[in-house]
Ligand binder design. Structure first.
Ligand SMILES: C[S@@+](CC[C@H](N)C(=O)[O-])C[C@H]1O[C@@H](n2cnc3c(N)ncnc32)[C@H](O)[C@@H]1O
Length: 282
């Protein structure tokens, strides 16, 4: 486990992931009944963008820092606002340039009646996550393999909620683990909302993943992807995607506005593009 998210926090892939994640939570939180948020690969929750790791990679400069200086059209600004409010409140609370990861973002948005399960396998990162999340009776931080976490905690007793599966893709078989882990959870809880993040390093892997899920009978499957320049076989990541299962109905419409605006703001060269497809219906 060499991957440390501190080198990548606030990059274009985090922007894509967290802006969409906030929209999903925003709709789930409209119903007063309790929900559960399960983050299988949680990271450390809070990232100091002035840390040596963040400065070494400089990735947030092409990510959140661009977003914070872009003038978006009003409809896009409104869609981004709930997420950007959390980014700002994080900086206000710490007095530093900080960036909230998915667990902190979810914890800030969730209500007293909701619960969070956060799995993080790396010992040091789990310690940092525990520290960054603070005392919060709504949440459990567990040093555990995320796919084991899916087995242990899905379905949640609330029978409402969101699962984020966001592995580091260090292992050559990660796409297979992701598919199998998700499908086993989906069979036990087919009405849950799931978000599966993936890198577009080798786009055929993402293509196979989607087809495997469709062939396995997954319904209400939406795919969103973004490239910040034309695809490159080598070098840093330039594209990523989300497979969303049982997303809120309005999400596709919102993504039609968000994805072009984010792609435009985050583009680093020719070939920047976005895609949105409903892969399987009801
Ligand atoms: C991409 S980062 C997570 C980022 C986080 N979800 C966010 O959006 O802020 C992936 C995390 O998974 C952790 N990890 C690696 N293998 C794992 C496993 N098998 N189970 C749980 N966590 C794992 C890594 O230590 C890393 O912190």
């Amino acid at each position: 486990m060499n991957y440390r998210h501190a080198f990548h926090a606030g990059n274009f892939a985090d922007v894509f992931k967290h802006a969409l994640l906030t929209r999903i939570l925003f709709y789930l939180l409209r119903k007063p009944t309790p929900m559960r948020y399960i983050d299988t690969h949680a990271g450390i929750g809070l990232y100091d963008l002035t840390s040596p790791q963040a400065l070494r990679s400089g990735e947030s400069k092409q990510g959140i820092e661009r977003i914070l200086t872009t003038q978006f059209e009003a409809p896009v600004r409104e869609l981004l606002q709930p997420w950007l409010d959390q980014v700002h409140s994080c900086a206000d609370a710490t007095g530093k340039a900080c960036y909230p990861g998915s667990p902190l973002l979810a914890a800030q948005l969730l209500r007293p009646q909701d619960r969070l399960i956060l799995c993080e396998l790396h010992k040091d990162d789990r310690r940092l996550l525990t520290r960054h999340m603070g005392r919060d009776a709504r949440l459990k931080v567990i040093e555990m393999d995320g796919y084991m976490g899916l087995k242990a905690f899905v379905p949640p007793m609330e029978r409402r909620g969101l699962v984020l599966i966001d592995p580091p893709f260090e292992q050559p078989d990660e796409f297979e683990f992701l598919a199998e882990g998700f499908l086993a959870a989906y069979r036990r809880w087919p009405t849950g909302t799931y978000s599966l993040w993936y890198p577009l390093k080798h786009p055929s892997q993402a293509h196979h993943l989607a087809h495997h899920l469709i062939a396995s009978g997954v319904k209400r499957l939406l795919r969103m992807e973004m490239d910040i320049c034309a695809w490159r076989a080598e070098g840093p990541l330039t594209g990523c995607g989300f497979l969303l299962v049982n997303p809120p109905h309005v999400l596709a419409e919102e993504a039609q506005a968000l994805l072009p605006a984010l792609t435009h703001a985050l583009a680093i060269g020719e070939g920047a593009d976005w895609r949105l497809e409903q892969l399987a219906g009801e």
